[in-house]
Design a protein around this ligand. Structure first.
Ligand code: NAD
Length: 370
């Protein structure tokens, strides 16, 4: 494995390998970009088969966080961390506290949160060693379950997409095909039904489907049938890569807007949607409500403020569609461009200040020849 070449390609600022033999810690912290602020992104625990696989994953995920924070208007950069291990058998207090110590040594350049394989109890241990943790228990001033915020943000994305396609935001006038009614999907369906929309749902969890039918008045369809439903909006809230060669031939919708990560199997599928006149709301901009919510913890959590910030997803998605039109590109590309433009612009605002020479109290510069 050529580590520096791999890191070069993804343009990371800093990658930290954390090792503590005594407690069995093997972890990687990847800081992709901190132009907008400290890097924020979750900690994942996973039994990676190889170290290369672990490195690739943390580099990919941390880069994604840079774009997500940037398009969401947050003063945060992108980072992520992974612990190599099996979350079912390899967790211990000492493991997470050792990880917390490594984190603390970064002086706040990286802030962590829960991700796959990590729960709130693990985070409590990390929190004992460093303040740079969000998504801690509500008892400690944490923000609690992010799903209602992610759902509300997705609802805003739907409104912006309806506006783009039909020139109105009358959610109740349209039909929705929701795939996955777990934490986010169920909350979103509640919002859609409250507006009087017709909603088809599917899920591998039959109980969740029954709840939607009985309590919210949705119509259930089979797992595979969801792609053939006659609905204006397809709402993926379960899996990634559901927009692919096969489903593209089946989807009859005008709009794709849901909370699932990595909805496009490949970028070319986003271009294909564009060609077919279908509107795609880029996933990482749509599902940023959860990130916005935890980010509020950094300034003292306030639920109302988190809700207000999440409402901005409507404007973020609109802006992405405007950039797509301005530059004649697909919406997935426009989202990336919007993130890159913000980082560049803010970098210009910050750089003159950052480049100032530091002056000590006696008025002499600490470095340089002048
Ligand atoms: P969840 O696990 O609570 O819900 C996912 C649901 O999808 C479950 O009910 C599951 O049974 C169902 N499902 C799985 N495979 C399916 C299939 N083949 N067909 C139909 N349904 C299937 O997860 P969640 O927290 O609701 O998140 C939903 C999606 O949104 C995920 O892709 C997640 O990565 C993304 N997301 C969530 C948040 C958040 O705040 N929870 C934030 C950003 C992104």
């Amino acid at each position: 494995m050529n580590i520096f070449e791999t890191i070069d390609k993804t343009e990371h600022e800093e990658v930290v390998f954390c090792h503590n033999k005594d407690v069995g810690l093997k972890a990687i912290i990847a800081i992709h970009n901190t132009v907008l602020g400290p890097a924020l992104g979750g900690l994942r625990m996973w039994p990676y088969k190889t170290e290369q696989e672990a490195l690739n994953d943390v580099l990919r995920l941390s880069r994604g966080m840079t774009y997500k924070a940037a398009v969401s208007g947050l003063n945060l950069g992108g980072g992520k961390s992974i612990i190599i291990g099996d979350p079912k058998t390899d967790k211990s207090e000492e493991l997470f506290r050792a990880f917390g110590r490594f984190m603390d040594s970064l002086g706040g350049r990286y802030i962590t949160a829960e991700d796959v394989g990590i729960d709130v109890n693990d985070m409590e241990y990390v929190f004992q060693e460093t303040d740079n943790v969000v998504g801690v228990h509500q008892m400690h001033g944490g923000s609690g379950d992010p799903s209602p915020f992610t759902a509300f943000g997705t609802y805003q994305g739907i409104k912006a997409s309806l506006e783009k396609k039909y020139g109105n935001q009358e959610v109740g006038n349209y039909t929705y095909a929701v795939q996955g009614v777990g934490h986010v999907g169920f909350e979103l369906v509640k919002l859609l039904r409250a507006d009087g929309a017709k909603v088809f749902v599917t899920d591998i969890n039959q109980e969740a489907v029954n709840q939607c039918v009985e309590e919210l008045g949705c119509e259930a369809v089979g797992l595979d049938e969801i792609y053939d439903v006659d609905a204006e909006v397809y709402v993926p809230c379960a899996l990634g890569a559901t927009v692919n060669d096969e489903t593209l031939e089946r989807l009859k919708c005008d709009i794709i807007c849901g909370s699932a990560n990595n909805q496009l199997a490949e970028e070319r599928h986003g271009n294909e949607l564009e060609k077919r006149g279908m509107i795609y709301a880029p996933d990482y901009a749509v599902n940023a409500g959860g990130l916005m919510n935890v980010s509020i913890e950094l300034e003292g959590y306030n639920r109302e403020r988190a809700m207000r910030m999440t409402r901005n997803i409507y404007y973020n998605i609109k802006k992405i569609y405007d950039i797509a039109e301005r530059d004649g590109i697909a919406s997935w590309q426009a989202a990336d461009r919007m993130g890159e433009e913000r980082i560049q612009t803010m970098g210009r605002v910050k750089l003159p200040y950052m480049n100032q020479r530091k002056v000590n109290f006696s008025g002499r510069t600490k470095s340089g020849n002048s």
